[in-house]
Design a protein around this ligand. Structure first.
Ligand code: HEM
Length: 247
């Protein structure tokens, strides 16, 4: 594996998927970093209600993403970037939700409309265009292994948590060096053979993946800022109004 990493680091070119995807999502990344939710994280101002609500959405998103990846684990565009032992987040998020909401956390999940739309897209491409999963897995997992690492430590301080409890989402015990792992991941992305049309589709889907994330953050912020008696019900989540009261 070590050789694989070194060779591909030297051989990477501008035409590689890993370079192109980073380039086309650069502006989206800046926009994502500057959402109110992400600014709260960076400024050390994230609150418990914000974080709990975010965890609910992340639970839904990773459930859809990881189901789609599992289902397509042998697909030629998915197999090279399929790293469930190192990357899977669903169980970590479940642990965190249980910590914050208690054993009946499943009944307390709040799923805003933007999260539903993101998950719908993940399920749809899992069935119709599995190669687009490359774009979604990249957006979430490489993000979690990059800025996410710092954000976890900041969140712990902001919420005054004494241990790592509630923050399992940020920990990757199966990844000893996030930087080396990201190099390996990029080289695996570059090993996927894609036609020009598929490549363009994946790049477009990556921009869309960032957009979905931005909408999720904005939706959550809206829910947190609107007084509960004025909240609109989001589609697909019948009791979003009532459940917000419990956060
Ligand atoms: C990479 C910071 C939010 C997705 C990075 C890197 C940093 C960073 C420092 C490493 C850049 C590099 O290695 O060149 C942050 C901060 C954020 C944030 C401070 C918000 C507070 C997000 C969000 C997403 C995201 C919301 C997507 C949902 C990514 C991806 C990469 C990345 C996919 C890998 C880029 C690549 O190497 O191709 N981020 N990020 N980030 N981030 Fe973020």
């Amino acid at each position: 594996m070590e050789t694989e990493k070194k060779m591909t680091a030297e051989q990477m070119t501008d035409r590689d998927l890993s370079e192109q995807i980073k380039k086309v999502t650069k502006d989206s990344h800046v926009r994502a970093e500057n959402t109110k939710m992400m600014l709260s994280f960076q400024r050390g101002q994230v609150t418990l209600p914000q974080y709990k609500l975010l965890l609910c959405s992340l639970y839904e998103i990773y459930q859809a993403l990881e189901e789609a990846l599992d289902r397509n684990s042998n697909h030629p565009a998915v197999a090279p970037i399929y790293f469930p032992a190192e990357l899977a987040r669903l169980q970590s998020i479940e642990k965190d939700l249980e910590f914050f909401y208690g054993p009946d956390w499943r009944e307390k999940l709040v799923v805003p409309a933007a999260t539903e739309r993101y998950c719908h897209r993940l399920r749809q491409i899992g069935k119709e265009n599995p190669e687009f999963l490359l774009a979604h897995a990249y957006t979430r997992y490489l993000g979690d292994l990059s800025g996410g690492q710092v954000l976890g430590r900041i969140a712990q301080k902001s919420m005054g948590l004494k241990s790592d409890e509630g923050l399992t989402f940020f920990a990757f015990p199966g990844v000893s060096s996030p930087n080396l792992f990201k190099q390996l991941y990029r080289s695996r992305m570059n090993s996927v053979e894609l036609t020009e049309e598929e490549m363009n589709g994946v790049l477009e889907e990556a921009v869309r993946a960032f957009e979905f994330n931005i909408q999720v953050f904005d939706d959550l912020e809206k829910m947190l800022s609107v007084p509960e008696n004025k909240q609109q019900r989001s589609s697909g989540s019948k009791s979003v109004q009532d459940r917000t009261l419990q956060i």
